[in-house]
Ligand binder design. Structure first.
Ligand SMILES: NC(=O)c1ccc[n+]([C@@H]2O[C@H](COP(=O)([O-])OP(=O)(O)OC[C@H]3O[C@@H](n4cnc5c(N)ncnc54)[C@H](OP(=O)(O)O)[C@@H]3O)[C@@H](O)[C@H]2O)c1
Length: 323
């Protein structure tokens, strides 16, 4: 039999993720866990999971499960990823894997001690277009890349009850969607020499919008995230010999373009399913090879990403009540 998945937290993303598990040969949607047994039973029925649990602890204690996918709000990733690893389970944890550097370090230390696989669910890293973009930039397709512009913003009515706006659940645009432009910039350019960030806060103290300038000495990036503006959701990389545009919605891209002089070529690389399939396959491969981390999105990558996000959050002035 294949890798048996247990899903912890049955909200919006858990539905999308489970539909994609069903597309991956060698992966089995085995069990689901919710704070409500009724919800877990209904969810299990919808997707054909064998087991359903009314508590997260009962879910991670199921000895038949190989890997737990954590799909709860940001503030709880540390607690539930720890709970799963303490029970000896491999973990794929939704982004951000934890809310600050100290929390991410704790998770990595536990994965090392328990010798279990741990990965942040940065699905965009495994998107076929992004894989191609990484190699195009590395191979000089647009010459030397000198500027990146990446945005991730969409309009939401301010709802203090939503996890997006609740400081107790580590809400705000930076950790929810700003993480994607920062991920792209870090993946293509590495760690910046300096960061200058600004933003707007809600009455509850989470950021409604963030703009950051990352300096690379000889190159720079402008990144934006928000919960109050609809943007075009493209990412653009400019180089000495042309431009590379990751088409909308770039974090789940199906195509990219390279523009040079008057020539414009579009390359299509569609995802399998919605695109979570690719990170699911990466987990399978790593676990089969007995790795505790992926070389494509490593523990150090998660640490580097959160250290940039910590600095942006510090400059914008977002402090969560539990920190
Ligand atoms: N990769 C992606 O494309 C993507 C997209 C959207 C979100 N995400 C990430 O996925 C995670 C969940 O986001 P979501 O949009 O699915 O959230 P959501 O719809 O609010 O669902 C979160 C689930 O977490 C559980 N939960 C546990 N403690 C909770 C609490 N104190 N308050 C509310 N819910 C709690 C609930 O499940 P039970 O009621 O079943 O216990 C709830 O349904 C976040 O980390 C987010 O950043 C990723």
């Amino acid at each position: 039999m294949g890798l048996k998945w247990g899903i912890l937290g049955l909200g919006k993303i858990a539905h999308h993720f489970c539909k994609d598990i069903l597309l991956v040969e060698g992966s089995e949607l085995y069990a689901v866990g919710s704070r409500s047994l009724e919800k877990a039973n209904y969810f299990a029925q919808q997707y054909g999971a064998n087991q359903s649990y009314g508590s997260y602890q009962d879910l991670v204690n199921d000895s038949d499960i190989d890997i737990i996918y954590i799909a709860t709000p940001h503030d709880s990733h540390l607690e539930y990823a720890m709970m799963a690893m303490e029970a000896g389970k491999h973990v794929l944890c939704e982004k951000p894997i934890a809310v600050n550097y100290d929390q991410v370090s704790q998770l990595i230390q536990t994965a090392q001690e328990k010798k279990v696989f741990l990965m942040e669910a940065l699905w965009t890293r495994f998107n076929p277009v992004i894989e191609k973009v990484i190699s195009e930039i590395k191979n000089g397709a647009i010459g030397i890349p000198t500027y990146l512009n990446s945005t991730f913003s969409f309009y939401n009515d301010i709802d203090p009850a939503s996890r997006l706006f609740d400081p107790n659940l580590a809400g705000g645009s930076i950790l929810d969607v700003g993480l994607y432009p920062v991920f792209l910039c870090y993946t293509l350019f590495g760690m910046p020499q300096s960061i200058a960030a600004t933003g707007t806060l809600s009455e509850q103290g989470v950021d409604l919008q963030m703009t950051a300038l990352l300096d690379y000495g000889g190159g720079s990036a402008q990144l934006m995230s928000g919960l109050q503006a609809n943007c075009d959701m493209t990412s653009k990389i400019y180089g000495t010999e042309g431009q590379l545009i990751i088409d909308s919605r770039w974090h789940e891209a199906q195509s990219y373009q390279i523009k040079k002089s008057d020539k414009n070529v579009t390359y299509k690389h569609p995802t399998i399913g919605r695109g979570y399939t690719h990170e699911i396959m990466e987990c399978m491969k790593c676990i089969e090879n007995k790795q505790i981390q992926s070389s494509k999105w490593s523990h150090q990558d998660s640490l580097n990403l959160i250290s940039i996000l910590d600095e942006i959050r510090r400059q914008v002035g977002v402090v969560y009540p539990f920190e």
